[in-house]
Design a protein around this ligand. Structure first.
Ligand code: PCA
Length: 220
């Protein structure tokens, strides 16, 4: 089985992006070793113009069974499993190329939205059992993270792969949060890189285990 993991480069004034460091750690140190799984990684630009082309090419070249996108969401205190990708680009701030689409469809001919196809509920449950805070999220926003969710699921719908695709938003790293104030309790929440890498490993293992099964309908 083959998996593609993508992170994003830094954006919006940050010098690092946890998702970039997570994929680099996984590809460089080979610390996620799951038998029978080939893992490919890439770091996507925070650019509507460039990220989509790159992701489509990667999906066509690799034809992965599993796609997990990763991105930063400053302000959350847990790892999310995103439920949905919506057919909209609506940027509150410009991307790294200075582009700022407002109310534009990603694909004018595509459906309004797609549900992600990772076993989200089972993954959240296992993350929590391992001591990693996690929850299903019902919106990934309307910026680059939502964009790659929608594109990967549109690709699945049109071409049949990746068979399981989804997205995890990650909190800030402690070294980012140390410099960022929040309304309350004063400093933005954060999570260590080791914990985030572990969370991705658990998500991959759970996805492989439940690859041909439907998600557990247990409350979490
Ligand atoms: N987070 C942004 C885009 C890149 C990233 O890491 C988002 O949530 O859309």
């Amino acid at each position: 089985m083959r998996a593609l993991l993508t992170g994003f480069e830094p954006f919006g004034g940050d010098k690092i992006n946890p998702s970039e460091l997570v994929v680099k750690r996984i590809s460089g140190e080979k610390i996620v070793d799951i038998s029978g799984l080939e893992i490919y990684t890439a770091v996507l630009p925070v650019s509507f113009r460039r990220a989509g082309v790159l992701l489509k090419n990667l999906l066509d070249d690799l034809r992965p069974d599993i796609y997990i996108g990763l991105g930063q969401w400053a302000g959350i205190s847990y790892v999310t499993l995103e439920r949905i990708g919506v057919n909209i680009k609506d940027a509150r701030t410009p991307d790294n190329d200075g582009e700022q689409p407002i109310d534009e469809p990603i694909d004018p001919d595509g459906p309004v939205a797609y549900f992600t196809t990772l076993p989200k509920r089972a993954i959240v449950k296992r993350l929590r059992e391992t001591g990693i805070p996690s929850a299903i999220s019902n919106t990934a926003g309307t910026f680059l993270c939502n964009y790659v969710i929608y594109l990967s699921l549109h690709h699945s719908a049109l071409k049949g792969y990746p068979k399981r695709a989804g997205f995890m938003h990650l909190p800030l790293l402690p070294e980012q949060a140390a410099h960022r104030r929040s309304d309350w309790p004063g400093i933005a929440p954060s999570m260590s890189l080791d914990t985030m890498v572990k969370a991705v490993e658990i998500a991959l293992k759970t996805t492989i285990e439940l690859f041909d099964k439907s998600d557990e309908k247990t409350p979490i």
